[in-house]
Design a protein around this ligand. Structure first.
Ligand SMILES: Cc1cc2nc3c(=O)[nH]c(=O)nc-3n(C[C@H](O)[C@H](O)[C@H](O)COP(=O)(O)OP(=O)(O)OC[C@H]3O[C@@H](n4cnc5c(N)ncnc54)[C@H](O)[C@@H]3O)c2cc1C
Length: 355
């Protein structure tokens, strides 16, 4: 079917998507002795990705294990969290674990990681989107008229990429975000009680503010208006025409189909549905996928995904229970006021440092 294409290049592994999960898969394949690897991405790097861009100590060490110097990507520990419930401040939490880039986005991090793959000799194709897949003949076609033959194909193209057609679960979180200049002083403000089953954030650092909102996606809801109202409530008069939105997965999907087509990162649902932390899980899914491909033992990856599924099923349950009105009232009106130190400890150690 794809034979008329102008180029046919065989690779042992073709990875669709040059985000964190795709690059981590490629670098781990190299580590495990696989050399014939190509990454294709529909964008040219540096590229913008709708993401708050926070990384934890654990995520930082995952990147460093793969040879990326996080300090060079201008990450530092941002000042403390302020927790709000229905616009009223409930608690201040000392931040010990969460780092952010000076621009509060992921452009520099993703670009440095993608360049690292290039420097290590991995073939990269930018502005190159997958447009067709012939599973019988192990071939894909791309938007620039190329055709790639593969032994293994890895979908690392996010929640709504080409690979998502092979996944069943369609329940998702929506996230909206805007980044702009402002003179708000340094802090991370997390707001609960604005969306039904999610939270909003206002992060400010060095003259830049990143405002975001998440919720479990319901088609009928006007999220843009909700977002605009939230911005106004925070005394920002930015035009919301520049707002960006993205989906994050709820639930872990199928890790492998046809014995040689793998899914990593958001493409397999490796993103915490409650907190939206996805970078660390994206990197680790790449590590285990690469081990499975290099050794020819698919079960290595299947087992890792099974464990992740158990963990995220618990987070899904917590998401349901946490956003009940009664739980929110108890946590923010009672626990935060009377047992602030305990809540801080749980927040830092369970929701931040564990991710
Ligand atoms: C608003 C928001 C805030 C978030 N904040 C955080 C945070 O602070 N910390 C955290 O850890 N996680 C956060 N996340 C989650 C995190 O962004 C994801 O889990 C992470 O990006 C997953 O990485 P990935 O490599 O799987 O996918 P992506 O980063 O989405 O990369 C997918 C790549 O595939 C490419 N692609 C897509 N379609 C095609 C195609 N057809 N052909 C070729 N290439 C294609 C894209 O261009 C992209 O480069 C946030 C998510 C959102 C939406």
């Amino acid at each position: 079917m794809l034979d008329e294409m102008i180029e046919k290049k065989p690779y042992k592994v073709v990875i669709v998507g040059g985000g964190p999960a795709g690059v981590a898969t490629a670098l781990n394949l190299l580590k495990n002795g696989v050399e014939s690897i190509a990454i294709i991405d529909k964008h040219a790097f540096p590229r913008y990705k709708c993401c708050a861009g926070y990384i934890t100590n654990k995520t930082k060490s995952e990147y460093e294990k793969l040879g990326l110097n996080i300090e060079e990507c201008h990450y530092s520990l941002i000042k403390d969290f302020n927790i709000f419930y229905k616009q009223k401040k409930s608690l201040n939490i000392v931040n010990k674990f969460l780092y952010t880039n000076e621009k509060i986005d992921r452009v520099e991090l993703d670009d440095a990681f993608f360049r690292l793959a290039k420097e290590k000799g991995i073939a990269t194709y930018e502005n190159c989107a997958i447009v067709a897949h012939d599973m019988q003949n192990n071939t894909i076609a791309t938007s620039d008229g190329r055709s790639f033959e593969y032994e293994y194909l890895v979908f690392a193209d996010g929640t709504t990429g080409f690979g998502s057609r092979y996944q069943k679960g369609k329940k998702r979180n929506i996230a909206l975000q805007m980044i702009f200049e402002s003179d708000k002083e340094e802090s991370i403000d997390i707001h609960f009680g604005i969306t039904e089953r999610g939270y909003c954030w206002v992060s400010s650092y060095g003259g830049i503010t990143n405002v975001g909102m998440t919720d479990v996606f319901i088609k009928a809801k006007d999220y843009k208006k909700l977002f605009a109202d939230f911005l106004k409530s925070q005394n920002f008069d930015e035009d919301t025409k520049n707002v960006t939105a993205a989906m994050t997965p709820i639930g872990v999907g199928t890790p492998v189909i046809n014995s040689n087509v793998f899914f990593v990162g958001d493409a397999v649902g490796a993103c915490d549905p409650l907190t939206l932390s996805g970078l660390r899980y994206g990197l680790t899914s790449g590590e285990y996928c690469a081990k499975a491909i290099a050794s020819g033992k698919i079960k290595i990856y299947k087992r890792w995904i099974r464990n992740l599924k158990h963990k995220f099923n618990l987070m899904k349950l917590m998401q349901k229970a946490f956003y009940l009105k009664s739980t929110l009232c108890m946590v923010f009106k009672l626990m935060c006021r009377c047992f602030g130190k305990f809540v801080s400890k749980v927040f830092n150690n369970f929701f931040v440092n564990k991710k």
